[in-house]
Ligand binder design. Structure first.
Ligand code: PMP
Length: 408
């Protein structure tokens, strides 16, 4: 378990955590939206850009070859980090959103047709909902939705009934960005595969917080973003099983994704190149590699355990506040606490507590269907990281009590 003194050491690695907002030390509790960057990531990008920068995969001079080696080295780091079998299963994208859109536009438009079914859940982020709606509009396929229980868990019996010979894809989040629920993705993949469907896991909220093993989960695709895992923004990953990726046509076309081109005809590169048209986010990929090293250095199991203890503490403290209802009370949860305060709308809550330097998010969190499911227009959400401390939760609780006094 990460100890309090270790947390202090870790915090010292994050320059943003010693900034002030409205004269107060920043209390940053919006880690599900994006995370801050450790010095190791910032410094690695600085070093790369000032001493090693060149374009990659254009087979040229020494600097270009060295940069390519570093860039491809990150692909291998990510492979090991998520337990993939082969580094060619790692595709660099601009983020989880683009990763899912890639699957919808390439796999979806090729293998999902009129009358076919896609199963998602009622707790999906819009990034794992709207691309499937667009595909259904275009192809005439049908979206089926796994219901969510009052505690915020997927109703697995209902899920089993949704599966059938027409199911082509099951696309679910590993961990909900609103409820925190950690879904049984391994069991979901087993059931989906038995029905002959492929499985996409949205790992945007799980990859930064728990040990992931894509071979154990046995998903066909996993999508996630670097900026939520202490790396730079502008880069993300789509993992895909190689045998599946090989069957998929390109989504974005241009330089670097071809085998040969004549005016009449183009043949495409093998994955992952086929899906990485154009100059990639070179420095960002290098920064992502440093973030993976940083996380591995702390240890994903230890991160999960520590964040779990913070979640338990936060749940206890916040549920002790009268007029505060926690939304998402599944037993198996990531460190996200969404709540509704009787006294004030989330937008008022965040504006007031921001004056004390506390950063939490208020809104629908790009997950309007789950808001509708719980009968609220928005929630206030505290999302925790291994760099947060129990004292910060106390500060949040104190600030919320003041909000209640003012509005009550
Ligand atoms: N899925 C989930 C569960 C998320 O929380 C988010 C980000 N809020 C996304 C997908 C999209 O990630 P990005 O905006 O980095 O593409």
């Amino acid at each position: 378990m990460i100890t309090p003194s270790e947390v202090e050491k870790i915090r010292a690695e994050f320059p943003m955590l010693s900034t002030k907002v409205h004269g107060h030390p920043l209390v940053y509790l919006d880690n599900a939206a994006t995370t801050h960057k450790p010095r190791a990531v910032i410094e690695r990008i600085r070093q790369f850009e000032s001493e090693q920068y060149a374009t990659v995969r254009r087979g040229s001079y020494t600097l270009g070859e060295e940069a390519t080696e570093m860039f491809e080295g990150v692909r291998k780091k990510v492979q090991v980090f998520i337990g993939a079998k082969d580094h060619r299963e790692i595709i660099f994208t601009s983020g989880a959103t683009q990763s899912i859109n890639l699957v919808a536009n390439s796999f979806g438009r090729t293998f999902i047709g009129a009358g076919d079914e896609i199963v998602i859940s009622h707790m999906e982020h819009h990034a794992n909902l709207v691309p499937w709606q667009l595909l259904c509009l275009e192809k005439g396929c049908v979206l089926k939705v796994i219901p969510v229980s009052d505690s915020g868990e997927l109703e697995m019996e209902a899920f089993k009934k949704l599966l059938g010979p027409k199911t082509k894809l099951v696309a679910v989040t590993h961990s909900s960005n609103v409820l925190g629920t950690i879904n049984p993705v391994k069991e979901i993949a087993r059931l989906a595969h038995a029905a002959g469907a492929k499985v996409l896991v949205d790992g945007a909220q799980s990859v930064p917080h728990t040990k992931i093993d894509v071979q154990d989960i046995d998903c066909d695709f996993l999508a996630f973003s670097s900026h939520k895992m202490y790396g730079p923004s502008g880069v993300g990953v789509l993992y895909g099983k190689y045998a599946v990726l090989e069957t998929m046509p390109p989504y974005v076309a241009g330089g670097d994704m071809i085998n040969s081109v004549t005016i009449e005809r183009t043949t495409f590169a093998k994955p992952p190149g086929r899906f990485e048209a154009g100059t990639p986010p070179i420095s960002q990929v290098i920064g992502l590699g440093a973030a993976v090293d940083f996380l591995t250095g702390i240890g994903m199991e230890r991160i999960f355990e520590y964040e779990k203890s913070l979640l338990e503490y936060g749940t206890k403290v916040l549920s002790g506040i009268e007029g505060l209802r926690i939304i998402g009370t599944a037993p198996h949860k990531a460190a996200i606490i969404s709540f509704w305060l009787e006294a004030a709308h989330p937008h008022d809550v965040i504006t007031i507590i921001d004056r004390e330097g506390i950063a939490v998010r208020g809104g629908h969190h790009c997950a309007q269907p789950v808001m509708a499911r719980f009968g609220v227009p928005a929630t206030t959400r505290a999302s925790l990281s291994f760099y947060n401390k129990p004292e910060e939760i106390d500060l949040l609780a104190g600030a919320l009590k003041k909000v209640i006094q003012v509005f009550g």
